[in-house]
Design a protein around this ligand. Sequence first.
Ligand SMILES: [Zn+2]
Length: 322
Amino acid sequence: MTKKLLGIDLGGTTIKFGILTLDGQVQEKWAIETNILEGGKHIVPDIVASLKHRLALYGLTKDDFVGIGMGSPGAVDREKKTVTGAFNLNWADTQEVGSVIEREVGIPFAIDNDANVAALGERWVGAGANNPDVVFVTLGTGVGGGVIADGNLIHGVAGAGGEIGHIIVEPEDGFECTCGNKGCLETVASATGVVRVARHLAEEYEGDSLIKAAIDNGEAVSSKDIFQAAAQGDKFADSVVEKVSYYLGLATANISNILNPDSVVIGGGVSAAGEFLRSRVENYFTKYAFPQVRRSTKVKIAELGNDAGIIGAASLASQFIK
Ligand SMILES: [Zn+2]
């Protein structure tokens, strides 16, 4: 019987699970709530319990699986299979993850950072079309990234490789970033970053705009509202999208000038704007990319949505295929 892969996408609100074929097709998927109470001490036992329950439900045993892969927030130690400083899980201290799951479930386990894992997913069966050179940028609460070069995920000496969110795009008077620097891509292209750019531009905008009026009235405005208004012809909202696209085009062109990937794939919640965002990013990408890069590297929108995490996580487990 053909073996399967298990992928786990650990997030601050839900833990997603998937059972996949060896070529990346999702056969079963489910999710549980992440219980971050009491220092997140229930998370790993909840994962173990859910795996045991579902495997029994599907009539599967550990021998049906090649391995388990998992994507996690925080700083991941791939050798020790531990996670440190995942604050949205209440995991401030180092957590034993892999050793517990391997012992309890009896299946080999591999772990990596969540943005890296999503990059692997998109590269494998999503917009990356299994190409060996793919750069992934995810625009969500923050801006994450993953770089796959010559088929290898780039980790760097301290595991901080591929931190595309901290490429500086506004070195002089940029917004302050959670990393301590100023003007990082994350400060202007995450969901909150887009709103921050809007607030900044609203100070000087003279014309009529429902979005500007909402900002000036102190109403809550989301990045989705801004993209929708821009698509409907709001000129102020359009100027915000244009500015965000400029930052993304500049950052992706600079990464591509070094790596010349087959594609730069833009994912995450903000990428739901689709072609409206992609074509504008591409305009600035084309402006700033080196000629050969401009002609060969493509700017794409991610295709897997929420499944990128479980699919990429499962791909980590394919290292256990003998
Ligand atoms: Zn930063």
